[in-house]
Design a protein around this ligand. Sequence first.
Ligand SMILES: NC(=O)c1ccc[n+]([C@@H]2O[C@H](COP(=O)([O-])OP(=O)(O)OC[C@H]3O[C@@H](n4cnc5c(N)ncnc54)[C@H](O)[C@@H]3O)[C@@H](O)[C@H]2O)c1
Length: 442
Amino acid sequence: MRITVAGAGNVGLVTAVCLADAGHQVTCVDTQKEKIEMLEKGHSPFFEPGLEPLLEKTLSNGKLRFTTNPKLAYSDAEIIFIAVGTPAKKDGSADLSYIYAVSYSIANNIENNVIVCTKSTVPVGTNDEIKQIFQYGKPRHLKVDVVANPEFLREGSAIMDFYLGDRIIVGADNPEAAAIMEQLYLPLKIPIIVTDIRSAEMIKYASNAFLATKISFINEIANLCEKVGANIDEVAYGVGKDKRIGESFLQAGIGYGGSCFPKDTKALVQLAGNVKHPFELLESVIKVNQHQHSLLVVKAKEMMDSLKGKKAAILGLAFKPETDDIREAASITIIRELLEEGATVTAYDPIAIPNAHKLFGNSIEYTTNIRQALKDADFAIIATEWEQIKHLPLDTFAVCMKEPIVLDGRNCYCIKDIQRYPITYVSIGRPVISKVKPMSIK
Ligand SMILES: NC(=O)c1ccc[n+]([C@@H]2O[C@H](COP(=O)([O-])OP(=O)(O)OC[C@H]3O[C@@H](n4cnc5c(N)ncnc54)[C@H](O)[C@@H]3O)[C@@H](O)[C@H]2O)c1
């Protein structure tokens, strides 16, 4: 099929490359000229495992092309995927300006009947608004079907998720359009669930809200474990073995981040508010997460009285491993708060430094070498569970740091292993190991 993907971000680029690899003729359009120029040379503007080889392959076999030209992109497409951003506005609601802009651009440039398929995460009712744009904005003789097809890929495993996703949601009010989408996805052998458009939109928000709830829930249990002398490792294992609950998303830590959970939970709260339905449960989930991002700075302050003049090593900037995305990462809150306290920061990350530099400039130091970050540090905070950090020989902390005080926000190490080293170790929901000097953790 002739497919166009609007937006060459994490979702759009992966979708375009994978559909081209499946044999479709794909055009990927973006408004950012530099991004498109980079992509035309076979370079991805962000890190995603396995993406660049597929990009090079589909470019060289002529299945994929990039453009900034909407006429070229939309005029003869059979299916157009919308994968532009829907960032949070100041009040937490979704900014739909990119969605509207791209819809008008499609309406102005199509020359054939087309299915417009929204992959972006949009509040319930948005696809009805998109339909209105096409109803009045497109050439009269053309037919446009709007389909909601929310995306569930995870950064860091996006290619695998495209081929091995748990389900594909197709929200359509025209069975013919739904059938074409089913045909498109059939070779993937992933269960396809066809719903009405509004339910499809809600499935995406409900899924992310549920996962965020699971994370904040286990984090609150972890905080409680610390106060009552239980160990979250054992608690989460025991809880997760219940098949009704499941083991995934029960890893306690300093909270979720990234481009989806924070904005989607806030947008759902706003959406509920708009229909006079206070979503108190989700409001608490968000609050717990914000608290969790700051938790280790609070603990560091309790341990050291003042952080002024202290040298902090931040291990991990990305919101999770295998991505260079730092959007809403816990590391951002941590670094901001440490700087406010007068600490100096050296941050380690294997790939996210360029993105962090855009945010923090020269106010902190950066390194891709863990030992360099730890050198002469008064304390270290682990913010991302990179394999490089998890596999660090534990004597490194004592060897490199001025004071081997490690605050582990991702529970990277086994408590029993830590006990063999002269390290003071504070993690989430587990006993404090105090080897350096006595301290009181509240
Ligand atoms: N990132 C994820 O892991 C993920 C997962 C599932 C769903 N989503 C959702 O998918 C959507 C896209 O997310 P993303 O992370 O890929 O966003 P992104 O910010 O990485 O990329 C969006 C791209 O759209 C481009 N764009 C903006 N206006 C355009 C226009 N008029 N025409 C063409 N391109 C335009 C931007 O230049 C940018 O390159 C969001 O709604 C997001 O919530 C994201």
